[in-house]
Design a protein around this ligand. Structure first.
Ligand SMILES: [Mg+2]
Length: 298
């Protein structure tokens, strides 16, 4: 059976008894005509570097039917060009325009909110290049900084933590690329940007002001702008309720949760509000979406 549509589900007495900040917020209905898919990568399109079975064919079918696919990643270590190359190598042709990362959205935020400001980055060389290309002025010490950007940083150490700490204590603005506590890697997980944010928040008493990656509305706004679509014309597909599905829920966008990554059937069934679709894998997405589109075609 193609996509199990889960909509307008009434909370059970048990779940209703637990205060839930999202209670009363139903998932958005599936688009009448889907024009684009905002698509997570790891755990959704590929796993351990290999395509999820049926993913290549499913994405090709969506594109053949005129549905644009925008790949979104919270990982700021790779730039869109690198993701495009990787996808193309897996049999999913992609250009840099088809990819949006938390690094790109962070660069956009800096350009719009703090143009010309001096930025102290807790992040890696790839993101440094990307933010610089977006017009940010990066500085080497905290005392020069007007903005601190926290990120996924495998070079994070006490000296850089102290520079950022001093900048924040002196009143610099505080933003971050992505909220993820960990990043999945072959054989397990490694600490991600969420830990860097926590280190700074705990020690300075400050709270991060904006986070670029999913589920931030900054990411959704950037994605919809890139696609030229309204929220009612797109679907977010991904394997993580807290990032992918929450991105859609906050923006009133339909969501498809796939069970090829971090979420199993039991966890999916317990989600409130339920995603618009729960699918065994992205291979089922064309049947779930194009069935709706076909009904419109005369
Ligand atoms: Mg994922």
């Amino acid at each position: 059976m193609p996509g199990l549509a889960v909509m307008n589900e009434t909370p059970t007495p048990d779940s209703a008894a637990v205060p839930d900040p999202a209670a009363g917020l139903e998932a958005a209905a599936a688009p009448e005509r889907c024009r684009a898919v905002i698509c997570d990568l790891d755990g959704t399109v590929y796993l351990s570097g290999r395509p999820v079975p049926g993913a290549v064919e499913a994405l090709a079918r969506l594109r053949a039917d005129g549905v644009r696919v925008l790949f979104v990643s919270n990982n700021p270590l790779r730039d869109p060009g690198s993701y495009a190359e990787r996808l193309t190598g897996l049999g999913i042709p992609a250009t840099t325009d088809d990819v949006l990362t938390s690094g790109v959205v962070m660069g956009r935020w800096l350009a719009e909110e703090t143009p010309g400001a001096k930025v102290y980055l807790l992040g890696e060389e790839s993101l440094r290049r990307e933010l610089t290309a977006a017009g940010a002025v990066l500085v080497d010490t905290g005392d020069q900084a007007e903005v601190v950007v926290a990120s996924f940083d495998r070079t994070f150490r006490y000296e850089t933590w102290l520079e950022a700490f001093n900048a924040l204590r002196a009143g610099a603005r505080f933003v971050a690329t992505n909220p993820d506590p960990t990043c999945p890697v072959e054989g397990g997980e490694v600490p991600d940007c969420g830990g860097v944010i926590a280190a700074l928040e705990t020690t300075t008493g400050r709270r991060v002001e904006a986070v670029a990656g999913k589920p931030s509305p900054l990411m959704l706004t950037a994605a919809l702008e890139r696609l030229g679509c309204s929220p009612a014309e797109v679907v977010v597909v991904g394997d993580r309720p807290g990032t992918d599905i929450e991105l859609g829920r906050r923006g009133g966008v339909a969501t498809a949760l796939v069970l090829t990554g971090i979420t199993d059937q039991a966890a999916a069934a317990a989600l409130r509000p339920a995603p618009t679709f729960v699918l065994d894998s992205i291979a089922e997405l064309p049947d779930a979406l194009l069935g709706q589109n076909a009904q419109d075609t005369p």
